[in-house]
Write a protein that binds this ligand. Structure first.
Ligand code: BG6
Length: 496
């Protein structure tokens, strides 16, 4: 990937996202030689601070959060010589003037008229439009070829607000300048799904309703909501995880082969899937979904509080911390194949995993006593914490008798040290500076995803009869989530 000289202007330059994700990612890109020779990072926050103090704060967080561990002095000072701090009030365009001065200065110093300019909004979502607006009022460089604006989820809180946000942004920037991050798309194994599906000829013939019985997309987390009570009370897990991450995973599994790896080609095929999703009818929501909220419990011998006891959470809250959905893709490829989605906090294990369950063999020729009958094949895509793609196949157990056994063919990443596998933010930042939008959410993707889940959101919000809490910490979630899948004769597949 070729990266142009780049000026990053990071709004929220002292915030959590900048410290935990953006800076460690930029630093690692620098170490691995991916950043352009000429770059500048201007972090902005409301209070004045010297560049030196700012760099000191960033160094501490890079040391703590970088996958490569503690930084080396010499390398860090080379990198940090490109970092600056600029105080600004994001609600006041007159305070944006220094950014323009910086941009002009670098253009001059670098003798480069068209460096890439990345405006990164690492701030609360209600500031996205304000920032975009003030960039325009302050007449900062907004060349459609080289200026980009980066925003993070949530993109709106429902269909209407997402449409309003997109409409407003699109009056100030063109779609090809807007980089909406869904960090799941930058994960290594998630990117590999495209290669796995479209670089192997044996996949396509199997990848449809004739061979696949069901698909499960499960993102379980052991953590609770921690200090994010205020946000989570407004959001709930349907908005927080399903509207974006899980539906994007579904799109990658279900999409038709794009004709090329071009950003819009790929995203068109994903939008096709969202448009093909069977509409969720309010009267069917109870049989197509399950919701839950965690109560107190024990995790690894430590007592943990329930959701309703968390900081900034209403003690009678009806916000869901667990959600499961059964969805259908109404097209030729997937007719009749259920897609089960599940995600929740405070569950037994943290694991993001996609399971493709294949159909039973049409006729069993083996004696089937003692549980010797062939098991259905599965393809298990483990995204995290373990990274692997494995096929569960049947084979003969070595020995004199024809006894069957499940065995795994594994594409295993475990030989690759974690420190060598780029983090999602590294991939995404590199794509931003090289102008590749393939892994970013387009306006219509965001809106279609909202459209799909709106009936469930509305139904849950209007029927405040949830019997919460309904699952203890350290479990696999509420019983109704088991029932959701058991009614079809299946069960959630959990890797040991
Ligand atoms: C975020 C959600 O988008 O993704 C969080 O807001 C969630 O609630 C997180 O914990 C999970 O991301 P990851 O990369 O840790 O799986």
């Amino acid at each position: 990937k070729k990266a142009n000289s780049t000026i990053f202007i990071i709004f929220g330059g002292t915030g959590d996202l900048t410290k935990r994700k953006i800076m460690p990612a930029l630093y690692n890109l620098f170490l691995d030689g991916w950043l352009p020779e000429k770059f500048a990072i201007i972090g902005t926050s409301s209070t004045k601070m010297t560049d030196e103090k700012y760099k000191g704060e960033l160094l501490a967080s890079v040391d703590e959060f970088s996958r490569k561990g503690k930084s080396k002095k010499e390398e860090w000072s080379k990198f940090a010589s490109n970092i600056f701090h600029q105080a600004a009030d994001i609600t006041d365009a007159s305070t944006f003037k220094p950014f323009g001065d910086y941009i002009e200065k670098f253009k001059k110093d670098w003798e480069e008229q068209k460096p890439s300019i990345v405006y990164y909004c690492a701030v609360a979502p209600h500031f996205f439009c304000t920032i975009a607006h003030n960039i325009s009022i302050a007449k900062l460089d907004n060349n459609p070829e080289t200026a980009r604006i980066v925003i993070e989820k949530p993109f709106g809180t429902d269909l209407e607000s997402a449409k309003a946000l997109n409409a407003k942004l699109l009056t100030l920037f063109q779609e090809n300048q807007i980089y909406r991050i869904d960090h799941y798309l930058g994960k290594e194994v998630v990117q590999n799904i495209m290669a796995f599906r479209f670089a192997n000829s044996i996949m396509e013939p199997l990848w449809n309703r004739n061979h696949i019985e069901n698909v499960q997309i499960s993102v379980t987390e052991q953590i609770g909501i921690g200090t994010r009570g205020k946000y989570f009370e407004q959001a709930g897990i349907l908005r927080d995880m399903i509207q974006n991450h899980l539906l994007q995973l579904l799109c990658i599994i279900a999409m038709e082969p794009p004709i090329s790896f071009d950003a819009d080609e790929v995203r068109n095929r994903k939008v096709d899937i969202l448009k093909s999703m069977r509409k969720i009818i309010p009267s069917e929501i109870d049989s197509m979904s399950a919701r839950g909220q965690y109560g107190p419990g024990w995790i690894e011998g430590i007592k943990v509080i329930g959701y309703r006891e968390e900081e900034n959470v209403d003690p009678h809250s009806n916000t869901e911390t667990f959600a499961a959905l059964k969805l259908y893709v109404d097209n030729w490829r997937w007719q009749g194949v259920p897609f089960y989605l599940r995600t929740g906090k405070r569950l037994f294990k943290s694991a993001s995993q996609i399971t493709i369950q294949f159909k039973e063999i049409p006729h069993n020729i083996f004696h089937s006593d003692e549980g010797n009958s062939p098991k259905k094949n599965r393809l298990i895509i483990s995204i995290q914490p373990d990274m692997a793609i494995q096929f569960q196949l049947q084979s003969k157990s070595p020995g004199l008798e024809m006894n069957l056994n499940s065995m795994n063919m594994i594409f295993d990443y475990s030989g690759i040290p974690k420190s060598e596998s780029p983090e999602a933010y590294e991939t995404l930042l590199l794509d931003i500076i090289s102008g590749d939008q393939t892994l970013f959410m387009r306006a219509d993707q965001v809106e279609e995803a909202w459209q799909l889940i709106m009936p469930v959101l509305n139904f849950w919000e209007n029927s405040k009869t949830a019997d919460f809490p309904n699952y203890p910490a350290d479990s696999w979630g509420p019983e109704n989530a088991e029932a959701l899948i058991a009614q079809d004769g299946y069960h959630w597949f959990n890797l040991p």
